[in-house]
Design a protein. Sequence first.
Length: 559
Amino acid sequence: MHGLLYFEGGALAALVTLALFRPGFAAPIRRRVSRWVGRLARRKALAAAAVGLLALGISAGLSSVRWPVPRVQDEFSYLLAADTFAHGRLTNPTPPLAEHFESRHILVEPTYQSKYPPAQGLFLAFGQVLTGSPLVGVWISWALACAALTWMLQAWVPPRWALLGGVVALTHFGVFDDWYRGRFLYWSLSYWGGAVPMLGGGLVFGALRRLVREAKPRHAAVLAVGLGVLAASRPYEGLVASLPVAAVFAWWLARGGREGDAARRWRVVFPIAAVLAVAGAGLGYYNYRVTGDPLLMPHAAHESASGMGSHFVLPRIFPESPDPETEAEPSEAVDEGGARRWRWWLTREYERRFERLWSFYLGPLFTMALLALPWAWRDRWARFGLLTCGALIVANLATLAGFPHYYAPVAPLVVALAVTGLRRLRLWRFRGRPVGRAMAAGMPAVALATFAGALALHLYYSLAPVYPKIWSEYRAETIERLEAAGGKHLIVVRPPPEHRGRNDEWVYNGADFEAQTVLWAREMDPASNARLLARFPDRKAWSLKANTRRVRFTPWEKR
């Protein structure tokens, strides 16, 4: 979808040209739209709800064209968490013959559960219980995130600009994300996540502005709920994004004033402490049930058990030197070569990461709006937003991966900064002409036109055979075919010799092995395979070779 970047850039260039030479273009239409937007924006609760309902309707409509199929291992892991929660459990017993059911991002010992924090799985489980489809939970999380973003903006900018920012954000995020076969709006059309931490960030930053302005316990409670959502969705990024919030809150709490003002400030501490205590106890209990240790997160337990090592960069760039007392011939040269390879990989990774972040969060439209931020630097909240976003970007440079949803906690701040820049841009006059006002009025139209183009491309990719089928689509078709055939089935996946943990991993199952129609297992040595078949005698066994684009699975006896 890189063509959309050129389309938006071209549309923006046309808008700038038109604003320079004809700043009064479409003035009657602009005034009419502005009046209508103003009437809705003044009813703040209705405006936030309208943005959320619009997001829900777009997600449901696009999904009805072609139901999204899980494509990435992380999605299957979240679906396991959702199925577990939908069954009324926090985790599952270790499956029998667990070595056959090990898979990426799945913890099988001491219990069987996703390695990820529970928030995304809880939303998916809500959709599964409510309608039978976890994807409905994704729609709901996206709708709530967009509504929370609009609610947050209402505390940062005037109501009309808040409504404008909410609508532009829901049509902007994900339009240019083409990292995986043109996936469109993956925060609302996949099981991977992004909307939940964005929801937490919206609650935190919106409540902080309200709390500093007016010390009310309900604002404090909302702030603490947002922090809990961040801790239960993206703990590392949520912590980094929350540190500036804690600094501002501590400064506000310690600030001088009248005795009554100080008492009101301290009254907000109790709601925050109470909500965070409940959230911390809940997460600790979840960790205890999954890993046996309230302080050991499933993610850390999985990485330790699988030998993945640290998720951070430095231990790989600077490996430990060999101990000269235990090695007669130290291998520093090998270590240095490995470190050079890691540094070369990181250079390419950072280039891709920054390109992806720019295209996902900014694009030409938000970039133009942010160009006016230097004139807003005197605004302390603009400085706060820039520093918080910068802190999270720097913190994520220390990790091995940086997908757009890793930065979702500060997505509301990105929109707030773009709207702030757009408000400053509106004041720009060129030779006495209100050029900035014309540009600010036309930018939402550019965003909607780009979204319409992205929507057309999404429909084309969904309905036309543009790409060959990928492994996950074959996997879904295999399940559908066997379920239609009736009975229970066991598919034993045989990975090829060159398999090294690639993305096309077939072995994923739900929370209830016995009730599952199609059970996926990993092929091992003949003795282990015999035990596997004996453990599930009521299932028809099949053999399948992984990582093949043409799926040809055969009955186990005839392979």
